[in-house]
Design a protein around this ligand. Structure first.
Ligand SMILES: *[C@@H]1O[C@H](CO)[C@@H](O)[C@H](O)[C@H]1NC(C)=O
Ligand SMILES: *[C@@H]1O[C@H](CO)[C@@H](O)[C@H](O)[C@H]1NC(C)=O
Ligand SMILES: *[C@@H]1O[C@H](CO)[C@@H](O)[C@H](O)[C@H]1NC(C)=O
Ligand SMILES: *[C@@H]1O[C@H](CO)[C@@H](O)[C@H](O)[C@H]1NC(C)=O
Length: 344
């Protein structure tokens, strides 16, 4: 952006006090780096190696950053953090303009970190209609939910949404690998000493596991939008399922790390009360709080009056209102103060 444009935006600011996102975004720096990973040696030729299974972190540091960084994590489409469904301003820019350092996380094998240590192959299959239902756009293709926060008449919006997907490697091994790499990132200090992990969908399970695997207190919060998959302690009579979606069972002492983190599970508008993920979520929240934690569920429709939220509320047409709910969370837990140090 040219300096002139910045000035223009700044001078029109008082006219647009309600439109907070119109504030210019001024960055100290942006860039990216790789995190964790392995090095394989060719057994036939010890001189040949492969650096693989790392994660990739893209960062944006505001000019006057707050102390808490926001890590944005989706296991199947980063795009939901970058724009609204209609191409409008996404959480990335909404929170940069609020001065939060933003980190976009491609976990190992995903997105720009797809240089894996193991072989994989992509099997095309007819996913569009599954996406439509899975992302809570409607009961069945192509019948949209009444009042859904998606521009249903905008064919390009649907085209963009369903194309934004990539393979997500939902195996137990990948879940552990990805969570561990994120924990290494959080522990490295490169994200600061106060990190809030924002997740969508099955990244929620990975976010919880990141806090469990981390060896520092840098992870301060997790806000999980429609989390698929939960972590439980080994004394709760819960059977682990060794897939990509949990439940994951860990020793009680490890589980207790979740009690040190402020956790909010955010839910859209279209889940039945007996939805598997809601049932698992309640159980996880109760257990975290039983051991002295601070976990809660936020139902956007019932508690915040936001109707029509999809599986990815951060990309919904009313995402500015969804963002205000995150503001509240950050303020409540005093995670909104400005930094008194230089990043990097
Ligand atoms: C590996 O490198 C060493 C030292 O450069 C060399 O002596 C050796 O021949 C190389 N081995 C192979 C299999 O290329
Ligand atoms: C935390 O420490 C344990 C024990 O040393 C280690 O196995 C694990 O890899 C560490 N976690 C991270 C994220 O580095
Ligand atoms: C543990 O779970 C199993 C199967 O879900 C159930 O049959 C059993 O009664 C449970 N035990 C306890 C102590 O809750
Ligand atoms: C939830 O309840 C509905 C209606 O009673 C039923 O059809 C559905 O199978 C239930 N789902 C689960 C996951 O139990």
């Amino acid at each position: 952006m040219f300096p002139q444009t910045l000035l223009l935006l700044l001078t029109t600011l008082p006219l647009a006090l309600s439109a907070r996102h119109k504030k210019a975004i001024l960055l100290e720096k942006s860039g990216g780096f790789h995190v964790a990973g392995s090095v394989l040696t060719n057994p036939q030729n010890r001189n040949m190696t492969l650096h693989c299974d790392h994660g990739y972190m893209e960062y944006f540091i505001p000019w006057k950053p707050r102390a808490t960084s926001l890590v944005m994590w989706h296991s199947a489409h980063m795009q939901v953090w970058q724009n609204r469904w209609d191409g409008g301003i996404g959480f990335k820019d909404l929170f940069l303009s609020r001065d939060y350092p933003v980190f976009l996380w491609d976990a190992p094998r995903l997105g720009r970190a797809n240089w894996g240590c193991v072989p994989y192959y992509y099997q095309p299959s007819y996913w569009d209609q599954t996406n439509f239902v899975g992302w809570q756009f409607g009961e069945r293709w192509p019948v949209w939910h009444e009042g859904v926060q998606f521009p249903t008449e905008n064919k390009e919006a649907w085209n963009q949404a369903t194309r934004s997907r990539y393979i997500e490697f939902d195996t137990h091994e990948n879940m552990l690998l990805q969570s561990h790499a994120a924990a290494v990132a959080a522990d490295s200090g490169k994200l600061g000493e106060s990190v809030v992990i924002l997740t969508n969908s099955v990244a929620g399970l990975r976010g919880q596991m990141t806090a469990v695997m981390s060896n520092t207190t840098n992870v301060k919060g997790i806000v999980a939008y429609e989390s698929y998959g939960y972590v439980y302690p080994d004394n709760a009579n819960i059977t682990e399922v060794k897939g990509g979606f949990g439940p994951v069972v860990v020793p009680l002492e490890d589980f207790k790390k979740l009690t040190k983190v402020k956790i909010q599970f955010v839910w859209g508008d279209y889940r039945k009360p007996n939805d598997t993920w809601l049932v698992q979520c309640r159980r996880a929240v109760n257990l975290i709080n039983l051991y002295g934690g601070d976990a809660s569920m936020l139902f956007l429709a019932e508690e915040a009056g936001l109707k029509g939220s999809t599986h990815s509320a951060m990309a919904d047409l009313d995402n500015d209102k969804v963002a205000e709910q995150l503001d509240k969370f950050l303020r409540k837990h005093k995670l909104d103060r400005h930094a008194s140090w230089k990043w990097f």
